[in-house]
Design a protein around this ligand. Structure first.
Ligand code: G6P
Length: 606
């Protein structure tokens, strides 16, 4: 939520900030702003709306300077407006601040400042920071920053400029991500790696409670008391190519098409040539685990729904899935015999991070499934399994989801073997099916045109339903979320058998119903449910394996066939056409599919 970039070096800083902000727009795009150190002053420019507005303003009238901080905002405190945009500053504009996070005690701090005669230009929580830095400014500004940070409660990643330090970016972090990029005679700060990849792949990850002093030829780190901190320099393996659209019209489409590779990479990292699943680095005695809690938000939560299935059906371990923001307040029976699995693409979602901390405090073993190396959740969990999806830029998550589900299947097979509750033959059968997924996803992607034609029929639809039973229901939930996120069509996912207990009242002539029927044991019942909606006028698009084609065609208006695969694994492949469907409905409606309204990719507020 919100993206920060900072640059100090020999180049035109505004170019680098705009370029970096473009890579971080997935974190929010309500407004953008920049503060540049120019001769004896800080030049601040900020514009509501997309980054394009700021870029145009800078094109019209450039800002010279080699040191700057920039920000792209996802509004929390105060509506999107020029005034509420970052950077925020003190009244004589000698101090400028960009902030990602929330200052929870800003009301009381603001009152103190108002009492002292300060006036505010915005409704944001952030503005108290430059004002406090102004109020308490002392000879050594770095000491002032330490003092002020001890006064604020909440979360922050901060970039700070002071006109008296024209060669320095100050930065700090607590509960919102911040990295420092190390270049040759130039250095950077950023919320995330893609903003820096064009310039450097060497980064330091700031930890909670750490501050940095960043200059053209030096980076130094300290704790909140000003003690020096030694940090490890990490080399990022992602390439620039991975973080660009690479010929595709949108990131979402590129990321959907990357799935054969990202699933294969995720499998390859953990499966040996001898078909052993390599999770021995996970320091866990599975015999001791009495229950598993899967905790996540959004699409990662939906991946957890499939994960529950895999863990219960294959590894025979009682598993529950919870929404992170609810889990914490539901007094879960988590103890030292529980395994809590936190699923998060970004590894920074605040509710998921908080659930992790609560679970650890209760003595549970914690395992993260995440895509971002060095992210907060990856660092704080006892164990980590990375998904190898590469950078996911589109706000709507696709390849992260399928790689998360892939990890759950590997984990379930691994636990099952450890517990000796699976026969060798069954283990090999499921594993072979899993290994076939990348090829099958490729075959499904070849149907893109066919799926686009079906999407055309939904351009004007206001409402729609996704139906499924068992595992298919969890896929329906993800498919429905995808459609809502990017096309703004109101859709609901329903367990097919539950539909007749109320919701069927909403089925009317031509309403689209996307029915998923991949589970053989539930097949006949699912087909009956399709007949029920069809009889009430629904326009039915079914998704099923080729082996079911004949019967499903009889009850559907359209059918998307996926290659035959074991029912247990079908959840990974059958979501792919539904991702494409959501993508096409969105783009056919002329919407900004990569940056849907009101959303942000990384949600670092509760
Ligand atoms: C936001 C994004 C979703 C994502 C969710 C969880 O809502 O828009 O796409 O699934 O956060 O994010 P995480 O990074 O924890 O997987």
């Amino acid at each position: 939520m919100c993206g920060i970039v900072g640059y100090v070096g020999g180049k035109l800083a505004s170019d680098i900030i705009l370029d970096g902000l473009e890579k971080l727009e997935y974190r929010g795009y309500d407004s953008a702003g920049i503060a540049v150190q120019t001769e004896n002053k800080i030049d601040i420019r900020k514009k509501v709306g997309r980054l394009q507005n700021l870029s145009e303003s800078i094109q019209e009238k450039g800002i010279e300077g080699n040191l700057a901080i920039g920000h792209t905002r996802w509004a929390t405190h105060g509506a999107p407006s020029d005034e509420n945009s970052h950077p925020h500053y003190n009244s004589d504009m000698t101090i400028a601040v960009v902030h990602n996070g929330i200052i929870e005690n800003y009301m009381e701090l603001k009152k103190e400042l108002l009492d002292k005669g300060y006036t505010f230009n915005s409704e944001t929580d952030t503005e108290v920071i430059p004002k406090l830095l102004d109020l308490y400014e002392e000879e050594d500004f770095f000491k002032t920053i330490q003092k002020v940070l001890k006064m604020v409660r909440g979360s922050y990643a901060l970039g700070i400029l002071n006109v008296k330090y024209p060669d320095t970016i100050f930065c700090a972090r607590k509960d919102s991500p911040l990295i420092v990029g190390k270049g040759e005679k130039e250095n950077f700060i950023a919320s995330d790696v893609p903003a820096l990849l064009k310039y450097t792949n060497k980064v330091y990850y700031l930890e909670n409670g750490e501050l940095g002093i960043i200059k053209e030829d030096s980076v130094e780190f300290f704790d909140l008391d000003g003690n020096s901190v030694e940090k490890e320099l990490h080399e990022i393996k992602w390439t620039m190519e991975q973080a660009t659209k690479g010929g595709y019209s949108h990131f979402m489409l590129k990321e959907i098409f990357e799935q054969p590779k990202s699933i294969e990479d995720t499998l390859k990292r953990r499966i040996s040539d001898k078909k052993e699943i390599l999770f021995d680095d996970i320091n866990l005695d599975i015999e001791k685990v009495k229950d598993i809690y899967i905790v996540a938000c959004g699409t990662a939560y939906n991946a957890g729904l499939q994960g529950k299935f895999a863990l219960q059906k294959i590894a025979k371990i009682k598993s529950d899935v919870d929404i992170a923001s609810e889990f914490r307040y539901s007094d879960p029976f988590v103890d030292e015999n529980s395994l809590v699995i936190l699923v998060s693409q970004s590894g920074e979602t605040l509710d998921t991070l908080a659930a992790l901390r609560d679970s650890k405090a209760k003595g549970a073993r914690t395992l993260a499934i995440t895509n971002v190396i060095g992210s907060s959740i990856a660092r704080e969990a006892d164990d980590v399994i990375y998904t190898w999806a590469g950078p996911e830029i589109a706000v709507a998550s696709t390849k992260a989801y399928t790689t998360q589900v892939t990890v759950f299947y590997m984990l379930a097979l691994y636990f099952a073997k450890k517990k000796a509750c699976i026969e060798e033959k069954e283990y090999n059968r499921i594993l072979d099916n899993l290994l076939a997924v990348p090829k099958q996803v490729e075959q499904i992607l070849a149907k893109d045109n066919e799926i686009m034609k079906m999407a055309e029929k939904m351009i004007d639809c206001q409402h729609g339903f996704f139906l499924g039973r068992g595992l298919d229901y969890s896929v329906a939930q993800e498919a429905s979320l995808k459609m809502k996120e990017v096309s703004y069509m109101h859709t609901e996912a329903f367990a097919s058998g539950e539909l007749k207990h109320g919701t069927i009242a909403l089925i009317e002539q031509d309403i689209p119903v996307l029915a998923i029927t991949t589970q053989e044991s539930l097949f006949e019942k699912s087909v009956s449910n399709i007949r029920e909606v069809k009889a009430r006028g629904a326009f039915v698009i079914s998704i099923t394996q080729e082996k079911n084609a004949d019967l499903v065609k009889q009850v559907s208006d359209e059918v998307i066939l996926i290659p035959d695969i074991d029912d247990l694994i079908a959840g990974i492949t059958c979501v792919v056409p539904l991702q494409l469907m959501a993508y096409h409905v969105s783009t056919l409606r002329g919407l900004d599919v990569d940056k849907p309204r009101n959303l942000a990719k990384s949600v670092t507020v509760e």
